[in-house]
Design a protein around this ligand. Structure first.
Ligand SMILES: [Mg+2]
Length: 252
């Protein structure tokens, strides 16, 4: 029996500001059947309130508590680890999320000396050599190393690809010769949190996404069913993989 369906967002429910075909209808149909719904993005620029607001603006039924992103996961992780101060290489949204969890977040490319318990790295469009150098000094002094997500690139409208969080994280890995704790997909960490929050078991849960190497891999590692939509980066359904051309055929 299916109790919970966890959707990827970009390429699965919408692209940019446009809902994908049958996506809103699919979410509504699942709710009408009594199935719980959650939303999970690797994007670290936004917290759950902003994710929920975007979904509602595009016409989806969604509550903030159903929305999960890597900036909130970073914030919850810092709180759970009882970090008092962390160094952020990322967007202002990541800093806000961490501060919202009651953890001091230093987001200053020039600050290489304030003692910090961890370096949290994500997408950072102002990234610079100075910022990399400062983060390295914190890591060399023993700060923990956390990466929001490993995505090498992310797609913009018009087909352009820009460097993603993984590109920033790789420079820190190379400089420090250390591997970070990775929060986002394909790691199953956030799926485990969603399963706990919704009190669902993996065997009652499906993960729906457009990327085999991140969305479906995270679902597989968490022991959930996986369903591939061909509205995003993947255009062909591998043999034996559940999925369809769009969410119209998602029926449980
Ligand atoms: Mg996607």
């Amino acid at each position: 029996m299916t109790r919970l369906v966890i959707f990827d967002l970009d390429g699965t429910l919408y692209r940019g500001e446009s809902p994908l075909p049958e996506a809103r209808e699919c979410v509504a149909r699942l709710r009408a059947a009594g199935i719980q719904v959650a939303f999970l993005t690797n994007n670290s620029s936004y917290g759950r309130a902003e994710i929920g607001a975007k979904l509602r603006r595009l016409g989806f039924s969604a509550e903030d508590r159903e929305c999960y992103g890597t900036s909130d996961e970073a914030a919850w992780t810092c709180r759970e680890e009882a970090y008092r101060r962390v160094y952020v290489v990322g967007e202002p949204g990541l800093q806000r999320a961490i501060e919202g969890a009651g953890v001091e977040a230093v987001r200053d490319p020039e600050d290489d000396s304030t003692p910090c318990d961890a370096v949290v790295a994500g997408i950072c469009r102002e990234f610079s050599y100075r910022w990399l150098d400062s983060a390295l000094q914190h890591l060399l002094r023993g700060a923990e190393f956390i990466a929001t997500n490993p995505d090498p690139t992310y797609p913009l409208e018009g087909g352009r690809l820009s460097p993603g969080a993984g590109s920033i994280v790789s420079s820190l890995k190379t400089a420090s010769n250390r591997d970070p704790l990775v929060l986002g997909k394909p790691e199953p960490r956030i799926l485990h949190r969603i399963l706990r929050d919704f009190e669902a078991s993996p065997t009652e849960t499906w993960v729906v996404g457009d990327r085999i190497d991140t969305d479906l891999e995270a679902g597989r590692r968490a022991g959930c069913g996986t369903w591939l939509t061909l509205t995003g980066v993947t255009s062909e359904l591998p043999v034996g993989q559940a999925g369809g051309p769009n969410l119209a055929s998602l029926v449980f």
